[in-house]
Design a binder for this molecule. Sequence first.
Ligand code: HEC
Ligand code: HEC
Ligand code: HEC
Length: 116
Amino acid sequence: MYPSIKTPTLKIIILGLALLTLGLSGSIQAGDEGCVTCHVGPMALNELLAKNEAHPDVSAMVNTIPTDCAMCHQKGTEMALMGIVHAKHEGVDCASCHVVDENNMPTSNKTGAKNW
Ligand code: HEC
Ligand code: HEC
Ligand code: HEC
């Protein structure tokens, strides 16, 4: 649906705008939809994953994010989603992806319907 982005400069501008928007809209509130709150438009996960030619096309098989990713990225395996996702989001507030308790400790994962 969106044209693929080829130039690194454009990519950086878009990322900058995305981060700026996030900054302006304040911290992400509990009750939102986790991954798909941030990964929209050119940053939608189907767009990002399609850039890795080794990644299977999961656009149709995945419906709930990130729950359905775990059909392949299972807990306790080398492919576990936790390891992959934590490594790519250092510094991102736990509450962006997790439902947290009063001490900001994760109690479960936020989920959302795929946005493509
Ligand atoms: C607070 C906003 C935010 C949330 C929530 C978020 N991400 Fe991200 N994510 C980002 C940003 C910003 C990047 C860096 C984008 C880039 O490198 O092009 C990123 C990068 C990624 C990448 C790496 C893309 C690449 O090309 O290497 C993956 C995969 C990813 N996120 C998956 C997820 C998943 C799965 C979730 C939910 C569990 C999630 N993200 C939640 C903001 C977010
Ligand atoms: C049908 C199985 C399958 C599903 C479903 C799946 N993946 Fe993958 N994923 C793979 C395979 C296989 C690889 C290894 C490909 C490679 O060599 O890079 C991989 C690799 C990745 C990587 C690169 C790992 C790294 O070290 O950087 C990311 C990021 C990723 N997947 C994210 C996701 C996300 C997010 C979802 C859900 C939207 C998802 N995957 C759903 C099979 C799957
Ligand atoms: C960008 C999204 C993202 C952020 C930010 C994030 N996590 Fe996670 N976390 C995940 C995903 C995805 C999983 C794997 C869920 C699954 O496999 O069911 C996970 C799993 C976990 C687990 C394992 C839960 C279990 O049942 O096995 C713990 C503990 C955890 N995270 C703690 C944290 C803490 C503490 C922070 C903040 C410092 C944090 N996470 C930030 C996405 C995130």
